[in-house]
Design a protein around this ligand. Structure first.
Ligand SMILES: NC(=O)c1ccc[n+]([C@@H]2O[C@H](COP(=O)([O-])OP(=O)(O)OC[C@H]3O[C@@H](n4cnc5c(N)ncnc54)[C@H](O)[C@@H]3O)[C@@H](O)[C@H]2O)c1
Length: 330
């Protein structure tokens, strides 16, 4: 039985606690949150104990930590958990600072800790299947990967200030998916960005609309487009073109019901946001981590290295947007 300490009882902490509790190989043992009432409410739901982060690191009753705290705490909590001998599942991003990620990965490596990063989209059944077909050779050699990702509505400008910006906070998922689907590292990044949805986001120093092109050493190309607004719900689509064909994954609608009449054909809206759209992905992701730790696999993917590479691409895109020039990635 893998006993979890859940750090952060907010939006994503709640999603992950549900998966842990539903898995017969795991249990929610402890919850920590900076707001005691939040920890208490979630602990009550799962019969868990409330403790501080420091107490969870010290106790021998915890085998693994689930880090769902705000981003600025991830690196220090990974380091503390690694030094305490716990297995670690940490939400994205590892850190907004590449040097802090490198420092953290050194500690993880030294302690031989198991670390997995929460790039949940790899575990979405449709996208996972798409990737499997690429690797099986169904479309030959991959030439262009296209990722479209649009949120239903923008966050308040106060959120974007602390988020690290769209490229590091939102597009980070798409950088990971582009790497995952391409199977080769990107070496150059070219970005455009604007604030077309909310001028306040622009005034806070960020963008809400962006397009990025990236290229690998062998010349393969990825195109990512992001918007913080989509009037029709959470728009999550991918397309991969190869030498022998094309694979695509469409949006998931609330139901598959359509009405056909003289005006045309109308379907239900697409699922509204990540909590609905990626419910299966979050569960598959954490169950993969639980299986890895339970079976002694110390290297589940997406790894800390995947977290580092996505962050490097996000930094390069931010620089490219700011300078108006393509940026090389080491
Ligand atoms: N993979 C995904 O799709 C996904 C989705 C949402 C959020 N996230 C990531 O998860 C993290 C949390 O996001 P959220 O939306 O759940 O935020 P949230 O604000 O809803 O929840 C964060 C919780 O952490 C608590 N907290 C604050 N400081 C803490 C500390 N030092 N230790 C422990 N708990 C602390 C807060 O009180 C809050 O309850 C972020 O890093 C975010 O990027 C990932």
């Amino acid at each position: 039985m893998l006993r979890f300490g859940v750090l952060g009882a907010g939006r994503i902490g709640k999603v992950h606690a549900r998966t842990i509790a539903a898995n017969p190989k795991a249990k929610v043992a402890y919850i920590a949150d900076a707001v005691p009432a939040a920890a208490e409410a979630l602990a009550k739901e799962y019969g868990a104990k409330v403790a501080s982060v420091e107490e969870i690191m010290k106790t021998t009753d915890v085998d693994a930590v689930l880090i769902g705290s705000p981003t600025p705490f991830h690196a220090e909590q990974i380091q503390a958990a690694s030094n305490a001998g716990k297995a670690i599942m940490c939400e994205k991003p590892v850190s907004l600072d590449v040097n802090a990620i490198l420092e953290t990965l050194k500690i993880v490596e030294k302690n031989k800790s198991t670390l997995m990063i929460g790039f949940n989209r790899r575990f979405d059944p449709n996208f996972a299947d798409l990737e499997k077909r690429i690797r099986r050779g169904d479309i030959g050699d991959v030439e262009i990967v296209t990722v479209i990702s649009r949120d239903p509505a923008p966050p308040p400008p106060s959120y974007v200030k602390a988020s690290g910006g769209l490229f590091r906070d939102m597009m980070i998922h798409d950088f990971d998916m582009a790497r995952f689907l391409m199977g080769e590292e990107f070496v150059v990044v070219n970005a455009l960005g604007s604030s077309l949805v909310d001028k306040g986001i622009g005034e806070a120093g960020d963008v809400d609309t962006a397009a990025v092109q990236m290229q690998t050493v062998s010349g393969r190309i990825a195109v990512i487009t992001n918007s913080r607004r989509a009037t029709y719900g959470y728009d999550q689509r991918m397309e991969v073109h190869g030498s022998k064909g094309m694979l695509s994954a469409r949006n998931v609608h609330n139901t598959t019901v359509e009405i056909h009449n003289a005006d045309g054909v109308k379907a239900d809206p697409v699922q509204n946001f990540f909590v609905e759209r990626y419910v299966a992905a979050y569960a598959n992701e954490l169950n993969t981590f639980i299986d890895a730790v339970s079976s002694g696999n110390r290297d589940p993917r997406p790894s800390g290295f995947d977290g580092l590479q996505a962050q490097k691409l996000a930094d390069a895109a931010t620089e490219s947007w700011k300078t108006g020039k393509p940026v090389k990635v080491a």
